[in-house]
Design a protein around this ligand. Structure first.
Ligand code: AMP
Length: 455
């Protein structure tokens, strides 16, 4: 998808964006809008509210930021210093990413002042940014409320309110903060709500805060499936699981891997264990202060860290092109998180690989992932490390009431050739783990590293 020819953005020319924005975009080397951009940009430029269901990695940041920045090509009719665009995100990492992307998408604007107000960061820089005029505020709800309660934000000029990953913000308990923030913004605002799902509580909130919104639905799975090879592997116990991870990580095709654990403690334990094994591994979780988190992410971006062991919250919003593999060491508790996790690989048109390890007690999780995605899981095994217990035959998720709507609107059928029972490892192509078992046998033997049993 990425193209190094920076002379043209022809695919974006007919979306209605101002030449200054198109000019800014030339530096990005995007040549064609992604599906969500193609639909959402003209709709947002028309001025109405939007409810967009799109998955992570789909190019959603540009989909909401380009039409919003487009407004800055005209002076605000309202006097004041407050932001004209407000973006709310669930995590600091995502906010920092939106902040960075916004600078890039609007760098040809005469003046672009962005304040990033996120928790865990020192106040002085944020206070300084709020002292003068600001065009865009990118914030996490808690810290924004903090500034609002101290009377530091003036929303009189606000034109656009964007909720990025709204489902996750609600999952994280930000509903009251969001409602309080929305109540302080002008009713004349445009609201753009982006979320993996538009069902349930998100739908209810969307109803409250938008007016006659247009819905933009992107076929999440079809797009995702094209870029990410997904596999599931059964593990007998923690020792077996550790061996599988070791084998997977020794695959020479891995550029960088993101390994998910269920708890902060296990992220620390596992990264320590991997370092002992000779991997350049680091942990990333919510107990780390922002400075540590930034340094860890920098290490990943610079390529110094090859394996990042992270919890769900910390990994939200990570966009590092080098992540070739996502390994769910602990299967996600919620099927929705599965989609977010694997979306950390296969970014910007690259091919990614995702492997989920399933413990004997976790077969229910596998079922719920299948129901959620409407896809039958592809079960695999590594030669020499096959599980002792095989998987019983099970019906296709589409025939057991897969939700054909909402985020799981991924449509059944497309599961491809899948195995019901654990199969000898057939090998990932292209660039899969086919060497994994072999390399494990060639590597130093690991002595029962079952440090995670205590989690
Ligand atoms: P996002 O979903 O906004 O986090 O974007 C995912 C990745 O896709 C980021 O690395 C973007 O820079 C990249 N991206 C966004 N739009 C395009 C596009 N039109 N062409 C190529 N890459 C893009």
């Amino acid at each position: 998808m990425l193209n190094t020819n920076t002379n043209t953005n022809s695919g974006f020319d007919d979306l209605g964006l101002h030449p200054v924005i198109l000019n800014s975009l030339k530096k990005s080397a995007y040549t064609e809008p992604t599906p969500v951009q193609r639909q959402a940009i003209p709709a947002a430029l028309a001025g109405g509210d939007l409810l967009v269901s799109s998955h992570t990695g789909s190019g959603k940041t540009a989909a909401f930021m380009l039409p919003s920045l487009n407004r800055l090509t005209v002076e605000s009719p309202v006097k004041g210093n407050g932001p004209r665009i407000l973006v709310l995100t669930p995590t600091r990492e995502l906010a920092l990413q939106v902040d960075k992307a916004s600078f890039s998408y609007g760098h040809k604007l005469k003046r672009l002042r962005i304040a990033c107000l996120v928790g865990g960061m020192p106040y002085p820089v944020q206070l300084k940014a709020l002292q003068g005029p600001v065009d865009v505020v990118v914030a996490t709800p808690g810290r924004l409320m903090d500034h609002m309660e101290r009377g530091r934000i003036d929303f009189r000029r606000l034109e656009v309110l964007i909720l990025d990953e709204a489902d996750r913000m609600l999952d994280m308990g930000f509903i009251d903060d969001i409602e309080a923030i929305v109540a302080k913004t002008p009713v004349s605002r445009q609201t753009l709500l982006f979320s993996a799902t538009l069902d349930g509580v998100v739908g209810a909130m969307a109803k409250k805060i938008t007016r006659e919104p247009r819905r933009v639905q992107i076929a999440a799975t079809a797009e995702r499936r094209a870029h990410i090879e997904e596999r599931f592997m059964f593990s007998d116990n923690m020792t077996h699981k550790n061996k599988l991870l070791d084998a997977l990580l020794r695959d020479t095709d891995i550029q960088q891997a993101l390994v998910f654990t269920a708890t902060k403690r296990s992220a620390d334990d596992l990264s320590g264990l991997l370092r002992e094994q000779g991997f350049s591994a680091q942990a990333l979780h919510g107990d780390m202060n922002q400075g540590q988190r930034n340094r860890t992410l920098k290490g990943l971006r610079d390529g110094r860290t090859r394996v990042l062991v992270a919890t769900d919250v910390a990994a939200r919003g990570i966009d590092v092109a080098g992540i070739s593999h996502v390994i769910n060491f602990d299967a996600p508790r919620q099927a929705e998180d599965y989609v977010h996790r694997i979306g950390r690989t296969g970014r910007a048109g690259r091919t990614g690989f995702a492997v989920t390890l399933i413990n004997p007690g976790e077969r229910g999780l596998l079922r719920s992932i299948e129901r959620f995605t409407g896809q039958r899981a592809r079960i695999d095994a590594i030669a020499g490390l096959e599980p002792t217990v095989s998987e019983p035959r099970r019906p296709h998720p589409a025939r057991r009431g897969a939700r054909p709507g909402g985020h799981a609107r991924m449509g059944a059928g497309g599961g491809g050739t899948t195995a019901n029972a654990a199969q000898p490892f057939r090998g990932f192509k292209p660039g899969g783990f086919s060497n994994a078992g072999k390399s494990l046998r060639g590597s130093p033997k690991r002595a029962g590293h079952d440090t995670r049993a205590s989690r």
